[in-house]
Design a protein around this ligand. Structure first.
Ligand code: GLU
Length: 290
């Protein structure tokens, strides 16, 4: 018999939730509730500059109003920095990380000098400047207190990864191609962790078996699959759903002022109606587990 699913909703508290979030949350909640599984809530609040406690409170309030109950305690990523540090230490011990001292301006200069600027899902691909630094210079710069990020040495990581990785496909029917991220940052200068590191770690330790999230994060799953393979973590299934569009045809986003669930509530729209709108208006890109 198939195990019951463990799903999750993992918003970043950088604003109030809108219908797009409700769509993701509902998919995860319904997938769990339909099958007698568990629905977890995780607050992805590692970015101290963009995350605010009042937005976390708003998320809890909005979900409760929508009637989406979660199982167990809420996991707040900011309370687990030591765990992310330990994962970074493991990857460093495998020789897969290097410190990067570059500023954005350094990277722009280097890219201009090379004359081409390939981009990946997270933006400009890092040209590898600090990967080539001699060990002695790295140590001297760290000792002098120069801030640094930690990057994954993608070529080394791929050499370390099992060969089956490049053959697997995701729900999106795409080959797994983590190299499209280049030497991705796994610990930022301002926050000693990164989205990719924390989300993969947390899905593993929380035993998440089905990840439902918007399709703009589909490429990230290919990188997450590499981290899972390197660290010996079980991979969940991924279901990346279509994005909800506003009446202007543009994706709903905090930045573009999409109406928040709180605003819809204040306008007298019932939770049921919001749930129906969130459920109905964006068809799934792939069926759950597809
Ligand atoms: N925290 C991410 C966001 O709010 C979602 C991460 C995920 O679902 O993997 O965009």
């Amino acid at each position: 018999m198939a195990a019951t699913p463990v799903t999750r909703f993992a918003p970043s508290p950088t604003g109030r939730l809108h219908l797009g979030h409700a769509h993701s949350a509902l998919l995860a909640w319904e997938a769990a509730r339909r099958a007698g599984g568990r629905f977890l809530l995780r607050i992805e609040d590692i970015d101290p500059l963009r995350c605010r406690p009042e937005y976390t409170a708003g998320i809890l309030e909005d979900l409760a109003w929508l009637g989406l109950d979660w199982d167990g305690p809420v996991r707040r990523q900011s309370e687990h920095m030591a765990e992310y540090r330990a994962v970074l230490d493991r990857l460093a011990g495998m020789g897969l990380l290097y410190p990067c001292f570059c500023t954005r301006a350094d990277i722009a200069r280097e890219v201009a000098a090379i004359g081409h600027a390939p981009h990946g899902p997270d933006g400009l691909l890092y040209p590898g400047t600090c990967r080539r630094l001699p060990a002695r210079e790295r140590e001297a710069r760290i000792a002098s207190g120069q801030p640094y990020a930690l990057r994954l040495d993608m070529a080394a990581a791929l050499a370390h990864a099992p060969r089956w990785l490049s053959r697997i496909e995701h729900g999106t029917r795409r080959r797994c191609d983590p190299a499209q991220f280049g030497d991705v940052v796994l610990a930022r200068k301002d926050t000693p962790a990164s989205y990719h590191l924390c989300v993969t770690h947390d899905d593993a330790v929380q035993g998440v078996t089905l990840v439902t999230r918007a399709e703009d994060l589909a490429p990230a799953a290919e990188l997450h699959r590499l981290l899972q393979a390197l660290l010996g973590w079980r991979a969940p299934r991924y279901c990346h759903h279509g994005l909800l569009l506003g009446t202007d045809g543009k994706r709903l986003s905090k930045r573009d002022g999409a109406p928040t669930l709180a605003a819809l509530r204040e306008a007298g729209i019932s939770a049921r109606e919001v749930r129906d709108r969130a459920r109905g208006s964006a068809p799934l890109a792939t069926p759950p587990g597809g």
